[in-house]
Design a protein around this ligand. Structure first.
Ligand code: GLN
Length: 472
C-alpha cells in the first residue's frame, strides 16, 4: 500500500478515484483474510463515502490530505450504525448509537473507514490472542504474535490493506504491535485525543493514536484527530497543530537520554545491538547521547497492572446483561442474570482482570495495593520529569525481545504482562511515545521507542522521522 501522500497524488492526477482506492482496499482485505485483522468490513458504507469524496473532488471541494483515503479503526471505537464489539462476546451484536470523536474527525476530513479491526478483548493483552473472534496473525512470522492489543490495526497497515489506522494504547497497545509488525505507531500525550466513544478499559491511561507505514502518515492522522472535545473533560485545550512541521528538522544539537535501567538485563542482545547501532548513527548526525536514570521504573509493571485492573473492574461493571449486549438465556433471578451474563460473555483474560481489579480495590487491600500503586505512579512521573531536565527525548526499546511466540497468553500470562516493561510507564506518566522500525533481529524488525515531553509530539515525530531515514 502506498503512503497517504502517494495516494493523494494519484487522486489529484486522476490516476485513481477514492472509489478505486476503497475497492482495492476491500479486495486486499479479502485476499489477506487469513490474518484475521478485521472483525467487520464496511463494504457498502465505505463505497458510498468514497463516491461522496469523488464528487467533492470533481466539484473542487476536496477537504484536505485525508479526503478519499481508506482508513481502518480498532473495534473498540464507536461508529454509529455499525457493530462495535471490543472483540468480546458480550458485545458481539452491539451496534453503536453514536460515533467516537476521533472517528468523527477523520470522517469530517474525508477519510473513508473501511473496517473495524480485531484486537485483544477490551484491549486487555499484548499478543492479540484474547479476541473472541480468534487471534490476529503476524504477517511476517506465523509462529509469533503480531503484538497487542491493537494488533488488527497494525496488521491492517503492515499487510497493505490500508495506509493508516487508529488504535488505542493503555499500556503499549499501539507501540508494541507497531514494533512487532514493522510499522510506525504513536501514543499521543494523555489528553491530546478525545476518548469519547472509545470503550473504556482504564480511563486514566487510555489514549487513541495512529498507525502508519511512515512517520509522516502518523503525523497527518494525529493532526486530524487531536483537539479539545466537550464530551471528554480530560482533553487538552491546546490548539491543534501541524504535527508534520518538524519532520525535516534533523537531530543535530538534540540531547538523547538513554536510561541505564532500560539497556541492562532483560533486553535481548540482538534488539539491544540494533537500537545501540541506531543511536550511534544519530550521534554521528550531531545528537548527544546522555545517560539518564529512571530509578523507580522496575515498579512500573506492578503498579500499572494494579491501576489498570482497578479501573477496568469499575469500567466493565456496566456490562451487566441488562443495559448492553449479551444476556444469558437461562438466568432466573437478578443476581444470576448478572453472574451468568458476565461469566458467559467475558473471556478468561477479562475475568482475570476484573477479579484482580476488584481485589485491589476491596476494603481490606485498597491501601496496600491501590494507594501504593498511585504513589509509585507519581514517583515514576517524577523520574521522567527529572530525566527530561537534561535531555530532549528519551530512547527506549519497545519490547524486551522478538514478538512473543503464539500461545503464551495461555501458558504464561505473567511473562506476557512482564513484556510490557518498556511501554506502560509512559501511560502512567501520560507521556507521548512513538515506535519506529530500527534494524532487524532474528529476521524480524526491531522497534525503537522514542519518549517525548508532554505535548511535544511534533518534536518527537521529528526525531522519529530522522530514525526512519537513517534506517534505510
Ligand atoms: N498489555 C497491556 C495490558 O494488557 C496494555 C494493553 C493496552 O495498551 N490496551 O493491559
Amino acid at each position: 500500500m502506498d503512503t497517504i501522500q502517494d495516494l493523494q497524488e494519484q487522486l489529484k492526477s486522476g490516476k485513481t478515484t477514492a472509489e478505486g482506492l476503497v475497492q482495492s482496499a476491500l479486495s486486499r482485505i479479502d485476499a489477506t483474510k487469513d490474518l484475521n485483522a478485521y472483525i467487520s468490513v464496511l463494504n457498502e458504507r465505505a463505497l458510498a463515502r468514497a463516491k461522496e469524496s469523488d464528487k467533492r473532488r470533481a466539484e473542487g471541494k476536496t477537504l484536505g490530505a485525508l479526503d478519499g483515503i481508506p482508513v481502518a479503526v480498532k473495534d473498540n471505537m464507536c461508529l454509529e450504525g455499525t457493530r462495535t464489539t471490543a472483540a468480546s462476546k458480550i458485545l458481539e451484536n452491539f451496534v453503536a448509537p453514536y460515533t467516537a470523536t476521533a472517528i468523527e474527525k477523520l470522517e469530517a476530513a474525508g477519510a473513508v473507514i473501511v473496517g473495524k479491526t480485531n484486537m485483544d478483548e477490551f484491549a486487555m493483552g499484548s499478543s492479540n490472542e484474547t479476541s473472541y473472534f480468534g487471534p490476529v496473525k503476524n504477517p511476517l512470522d506465523s509462529s509469533r504474535v503480531p503484538g497487542g492489543s491493537s494488533g488488527g490495526s497494525a496488521v491492517a497497515v503492515a499487510s497493505g490493506t490500508v495506509p493508516c489506522a487508529l488504535g488505542s494504547d493503555t499500556g503499549g497497545s499501539i507501540r508494541q504491535p507497531a514494533a512487532c509488525t514493522g510499522v510506525v505507531g504513536l501514543k499521543p500525550t494523555y489528553g491530546r485525543v478525545s476518548r469519547y466513544g472509545l470503550l473504556a478499559y482504564a480511563s486514566s491511561l487510555d489514549q487513541i493514536g495512529p498507525f502508519g507505514a511512515t512517520v509522516a502518515d502518523c503525523a497527518t492522522l494525529l493532526s486530524a484527530i487531536c483537539g479539545i472535545d466537550p464530551h471528554d473533560n480530560t482533553t487538552s485545550a491546546r490548539p491543534t497543530e501541524d504535527f508534520g512541521a518538524k519532520l525535516d528538522a534533523g537531530i543535530k544539537g538534540k540531547v538523547i537520554g538513554v536510561p541505564k535501567e532500560y539497556f541492562g538485563e532483560g533486553l535481548d542482545k540482538d534488539c539491544k545491538a540494533a537500537i545501540e547501532g541506531m543511536l550511534k548513527k544519530m550521534e554521528a548526525e550531531g545528537a548527544t547521547l546522555k545517560e539518564v536514570s529512571l530509578p523507580h521504573i522496575s515498579y512500573a509493571v506492578s503498579s500499572y497492572y494494579i491501576i489498570a485492573t482497578a479501573e477496568a473492574s469499575s469500567n466493565l461493571s456496566r456490562y451487566d446483561g441488562v443495559r448492553y449486549g449479551y444476556r444469558s438465556k437461562d438466568a432466573r433471578k437478578l443476581f444470576d442474570l448478572y453472574a451468568k451474563s458476565r461469566s458467559e460473555g467475558f473471556g478468561k483474560e477479562v475475568q482475570r482482570r476484573i477479579l484482580l481489579g476488584s481485589y485491589v480495590l476491596s476494603a481490606g487491600f485498597y491501601d496496600a495495593y491501590y494507594v501504593q500503586a498511585q504513589k509509585v505512579r507519581r514517583l515514576i512521573t517524577d523520574d521522567f520529569n527529572k530525566a527530561f531536565e537534561s535531555c530532549d527525548v528519551i530512547a527506549s526499546p519497545a519490547m524486551p525481545g522478538l514478538p512473543l511466540k503464539c500461545g503464551m497468553n495461555e501458558s504464561d500470562p505473567m511473562a506476557v504482562y512482564l513484556s510490557d516493561i518498556y511501554t506502560v510507564s509512559l501511560n502512567l506518566a501520560g507521556l507521548p511515545g512513538v515506535t519506529v522500525p530500527c534494524g532487524m533481529a532474528g529476521g524480524l524488525p526491531v522497534g525503537l521507542q522514542w519518549i517525548g515531553k508532554p505535548f511535544m509530539e511534533a518534536d518527537l515525530l521529528g526525531v522519529a522521522a530522522t530514525t526512519e531515514s537513517l534506517n534505510k
